[in-house]
Write a protein that binds this ligand. Structure first.
Ligand code: CP
Ligand code: NVA
Length: 303
């Protein structure tokens, strides 16, 4: 069987994704009960990080340790990747040494190329275009509180960025309606919106987009790699802050999520993360369990 990769949510079927979320919940319970489960003994995850990370690095590394395996952190500062060794050569070499690779990088094409030449599974740990691992954790966090997200309305407020693109894919794969509110020049990839026009609507007014929302999600206004645009973006996005007052206009049972790190006083008001409707800490914690389900699937169940 051809090796499976997880570069976007579209690489897995709807059934597989729903199974992953349920498995993540089981693994979380097992972990909380102190159950030792080591299905990946002697397996090694290579972790290539070309951008910073707290949650992604720690959750993948901890997950591999808990599963009885190990992980190697690879930064461009001290590997040949940073000195221009071609991506296709690195993919072929690393495939001889580790069992699975996770990559956080800039251009999405780079991870596609790595996957094309790798003979082991490759996981997208964030590119400029997508962040599918975060979506597994988010879907788990919703499921834990309200059950199936199918048929619900999700509202994305802010930048049409990598997280927003993954929410568009999630709308198709998990079968929900997605309203996106962005300033006009920061709308998500048009082709992706067009492909999903049956369930995705782009608007420019957060107050309109949030009506009836069962889940409200935002992210930073300037992503990694856009630091120089920060001041300009602060201006453009100033009407797109999520606050408890804005949440009051969503569905009465609405949840709030943010992939973190967050900038209080910018995309979220000072008090939003601590609001009772916010599940950001559970969401962050679920990165561990959702990715353990993903690793188990790629290294054991999909074989
Ligand atoms: N949400 C997320 O991916 O966080 P890190 O950048 O800390 O990995
Ligand atoms: N959109 C953000 C997400 C960080 C987890 C970024 O790419 O920096």
């Amino acid at each position: 069987m051809a090796v499976r990769h997880f570069l976007t949510l579209k690489d897995f079927s709807k059934d597989e994704l729903n199974q992953l979320v349920k498995r993540a919940c089981e693994l979380k319970t097992m972990h909380k009960n102190g159950e030792i489960y080591e299905p990946l003994k002697n397996k090694v995850l290579g972790m290539i990080f070309e951008k910073s990370s707290t949650r992604t690095r720690v959750s993948f590394e901890a997950g591999m340790i808990q599963f009885g395996g190990g992980a190697i952190f690879l930064s461009p500062n001290d590997t040949q990747l940073g000195r221009g060794e071609p991506i296709e050569d690195s993919a072929r070499v690393l495939s001889q040494m580790v069992d699975i690779v996770m990559i956080r990088t800039f251009a999405h094409e780079k991870i596609e190329k790595f996957a094309q030449y790798a003979s082991v599974p490759v996981i997208n740990a964030l590119t400029d275009d997508y962040h599918p691992c975060q979506l597994l954790a988010d879907m788990q966090a919703y499921y834990e509180v309200h059950g199936d997200i199918k048929g619900k309305t999700v509202t994305w407020i802010g930048d049409g960025n990598n997280m927003c693109h993954s929410y568009i894919n999630a709308a198709a794969q998990f079968d929900f309606k997605l309203n996106i509110a962005c300033p006009k020049v920061f709308e998500p990839m048009q082709s992706l919106v067009d492909e999903n026009s049956d369930r995705v609507t782009v608007m420019n007014d957060p107050k309109q987009a949030i009506k009836g929302a069962h889940l409200v999600v935002t992210d930073v206004w300037a992503s990694m790699g856009q630091e120089e645009e920060q001041a300009e973006r602060m201006q453009q996005f100033k009407d797109f802050q999520v606050s408890p007052a804005l949440m009051d206009t969503a569905d009465k049972d609405a949840l709030f999520m943010h992939c973190l790190p967050a900038h209080r006083g910018e995309e979220v008001s000072e008090d939003m993360l601590d609001d009772p409707r916010s599940v950001v800490w559970e969401e962050a914690g679920n990165r561990l369990h959702a990715q353990k389900a993903l690793l188990e699937f790629l290294l054991i169940n999909s074989k």
